[in-house]
Design a protein. Sequence first.
Length: 189
Amino acid sequence: MSGNKVVIFSAPSGAGKTTIVKEMLLRFPRLSFSVSACSRNARKGETHGKDYYFLSVDEFRNRIAKNDFLEWEEVYENNFYGTLKSEVERIWSEGKEVIFDVDVKGGINIKKYFGDQALAVFVMPPSVEELGNRLRGRSTDDEATILKRLEKAEYEISFAGQFDLRIVNDQLDVAMEEAFRALKTFLEN
């Protein structure tokens, strides 16, 4: 895997990275989204190969043993998520560059793997307090889950310095423009 580029977006849950990634996919037609693999069952409306590559726990473990992943993590017991090397190769074979929307550990591992071929962007919330407001505003989690996410967010923010660029998503339009300029520079050089 050489010669091509990858762009990595990582952030604590609720910081806005997925919104920014979706906008970058619209602005840069040469980017293609890397579909992650997971060992959980598909949720209603999810499609294999589009939302995730849904693998059984045994399949996931076998692919780990065969070194098929760029990065992977066992989030909870027998609940795996990861990025298949074959997914990057598929995108590159289409003549496109890869964009990742991954958790912080995954982002760090992908950056280590690709080095200068990768631009690693960390999307920061304006504050942990504001992140809590955003998570509560989604109305998807109970308070205990939100508090766990906020605790995890503080831990993840401690790794922001390992990324090439940190964007504070205080105003979404400003964060989008900052991401756009950074990607334009990186992809054109």
